[in-house]
Design a protein around this ligand. Structure first.
Ligand code: NDP
Length: 393
């Protein structure tokens, strides 16, 4: 029986993880659930899966969580504050950590899981965008098992040879990693109407049901840019090894092209329970509750090159990836501030890229040799991005 700690349990990935786990009571039991503020949902989840720990990151919600848990007759220990997230992730009784907190807040607890040599199921791509080199070094130093939940990276992982060695594309006969993306809800919106789109429209992804931040990132294709950076670190790639391919149907989740002309793809209905189940059970396969692909109903299967005029954030992210770690750390911070400002209707959709570009332009590249350097740069970039938002809005 594997004990699972779900960081970000109340989010979209957290819920899907609980769904998969509930199908396999003989294999997995929930050790800890965490949330930021949604304590009612946390307690409702805990009533079903009976974890030993509940963590509420926002200390102001602690008393409410304690009361709700007591009313529900739960005997779970309730902890609060960001440090408690790392404590449950690194706990000796935790076997598997689902890293599904959104944004930079996910970095430290995920790193704590890595440093405790856990099996880490990585959904929080921001960890690698902010600190890829340090993070991957920690994975190697502590013999952690890192498995990619992001559907594209999970697809690449499934399409690589099983004995693929970190960064050695040549020996594996690989010529390209093809990262697919749907293009989001504004694939065909007239360009001169993009400044008018609303947060609700941006969050209405045609194929995937996700949290609000990643939904906006999918609309701008910043998500693909973050995934480009994530793929570079996860698989030890050079930036030019990766090519982004538009595939609006989201049936192929990514591909690996080999030297001999073969292309190996992973396909499936767009449902995160597939990569979650794959990571939970790897190298075995378990039931995920996902309906099988029905090829008779797949009307279209199309591919195209992304247009950087429509998706300038993708261009900015690829450029940042080429510049290095400090650029990607700044970009991640600026983008979180910009997306939040857009979701709060402070800035327009087309301002997101302005905030990102202007923040990057104001910060000089520097070496980031310690995680503290990464966190300090993250704070600095947020201050600059907030000033830019205030100027624009
Ligand atoms: P959601 O917004 O749905 O959920 C985020 C979770 O993180 C919630 O539990 C939230 O708590 C918690 N959280 C937010 N801020 C903090 C904080 N400061 N401290 C502690 N916990 C916090 O996000 P998703 O589930 O969509 O995404 C989670 C991660 O997975 C992201 O990194 C995303 O990029 C990645 N991902 C998501 C995919 C998807 O399909 N959704 C696909 C691939 C990757 P609360 O409920 O209280 O807000």
């Amino acid at each position: 029986m594997q004990q699972v700690c779900i960081l970000g349990a109340t989010g979209s990935i957290g819920e899907s993880t609980l769904d998969v786990i509930s199908r396999h009571p003989d294999l997995y039991s929930v050790f800890a659930l965490t949330t930021n503020t949604r304590v009612e949902k946390l307690v409702a989840q805990a009533k079903i899966c009976r974890p030993k720990f509940l963590v509420v990151a926002d200390p102001e919600k602690y008393l409410q969580a304690k009361q709700l848990a007591s009313d529900a007759g739960l005997d779970a220990e309730i902890l609060s504050g960001p440090k408690a997230l790392a404590e449950v992730a690194a706990h000796t009784q935790t076997d598997i950590v689902m890293a599904a907190i959104v944004g930079a807040a996910g970095l430290q607890p995920t790193l704590a899981a890595v440093k405790s040599s856990k099996r880490v199921l990585l959904a929080n791509k921001e960890s690698l965008v902010m600190s890829g080199e340090l993070f991957m070094q920690a994975v190697r130093d502590h013999n952690a098992i890192l498995l990619p939940v992001d559907s594209e990276h999970n697809a690449i992982f499934q399409s690589l040879p099983l004995d693929y060695q970190y960064g050695d594309l040549d020996s594996a006969g690989i010529s390209k990693i093809l990262l697919t993306g749907s293009g989001g809800p504004f694939l065909r919106t007239p360009m001169d109407e993009l400044n008018l789109v609303t947060p609700e429209q941006a969050c209405a992804h045609p194929n995937w049901d996700m949290g609000r931040k990643i939904s906006v990132d999918s609309a701008t294709m910043m998500n693909k840019g973050l995934e480009y950076i994530e793929a570079r670190w996860l698989f030890g790639l050079q930036c030019d090894d990766i090519q982004v391919v538009l595939h609006p149907q989201s049936v192929i989740h990514s591909m690996v092209q080999y030297r001999d002309g073969s292309v190996i793809a992973q396909m499936g209905n767009p449902d995160m329970r597939t990569p979650i189940a794959h990571c939970l059970a790897f190298p075995n396969r378990i039931e995920a509750g996902v309906s099988p692909l029905d090829f008779s109903s797949l009307a279209d299967f199309t591919f195209a090159q992304p247009d950087f005029a429509r998706y300038p954030n993708l261009r900015v992210a690829i450029q940042a990836c080429k510049e290095g770690q400090s650029a990607t750390t700044c970009l991640n911070a600026a983008n979180e501030i910009a997306v939040e400002a857009f979701l709060n209707s402070q800035i327009e959709y087309t301002d997101i890229v302005r905030v990102n570009e202007q923040t990057l332009a104001q910060i000089e590249s520097r070496p980031l040799n310690e995680i503290e350097h990464v966190l300090a740069l993250d704070v600095e970039a947020r201050v600059i991005a907030k000033n830019i938002v205030n100027r624009i809005s």
